[in-house]
Design a protein around this ligand. Structure first.
Ligand SMILES: [Zn+2]
Length: 189
């Protein structure tokens, strides 16, 4: 989704939290680097589930109070639903669980930079923070193409951290597309 095939070409510049981008005072970030990497690893695990069923591997977990409150992966092919991105599914599940559309104090961990739809949904949900793995130069809407999470014209802004386990997230996507290309080249039996 979201032009992700090109991600691996540029994502290597965002391969560690040390080089991660902080769009808000990092002192205000209560979570540790270890926590961010632990939760991103969970998002990557969700991406693996997607990959196993032929979906582009994008995974997401939502965290509140140090606990995962929902987790999801891209299901666009299986559902034939253009909105079935990992973040959208995770947001819906968290809202049901919390019985509120306001997901205050929630951090979203997602392997790929959110697209405009998901970035908009994250604003609507009032999440506190978004952490993503690798950039999406063709559709990323929180840094690459747009800056939806920081736009002062909108009524909510969230803290942003980019590049957490970015190499692993990028490799997951590039590995998926390499496998798709390999299967296309296989002769029919
Ligand atoms: Zn999206």
């Amino acid at each position: 989704m979201c032009g992700v095939e090109s991600v691996q070409r540029r994502a290597s510049s965002l391969d560690s939290r040390r080089r991660a981008l902080h769009r808000k005072d990092p002192v205000s970030t209560s979570s540790s680097i270890a926590d961010d990497e632990r939760f991103m690893a969970e998002a990557i695990a969700e991406g693996e589930v997607a990959s196993a069923v032929g979906e582009i591997p994008v995974g997401c977990v939502l965290v509140a109070g140090g606990q995962i409150i929902s987790r999801a992966h891209n299901l666009r092919e299986r559902t034939q639903d253009p909105t079935a991105h990992a973040e959208m599914i995770a947001l819906r599940a968290a809202a049901v669980r919390l019985r509120s559309w306001r997901l205050l104090d929630v951090t979203c961990y997602v392997t790929l930079e959110p697209c405009p739809m998901c970035a908009g949904a994250l604003v609507h949900a009032r999440v506190a923070r978004v952490v993503y793995g690798c950039d999406d130069p063709k559709a990323g809407a929180v840094r690459s193409l747009f800056d939806i999470g920081q736009d002062p014209r909108l009524n909510h802004r969230f803290e942003l951290t980019a590049g957490v386990l970015g190499d692993a997230c990028s490799r997951q996507l590039s590995g998926f597309f390499a496998e798709v290309r390999r299967k296309r080249r296989e002769p029919l039996l």
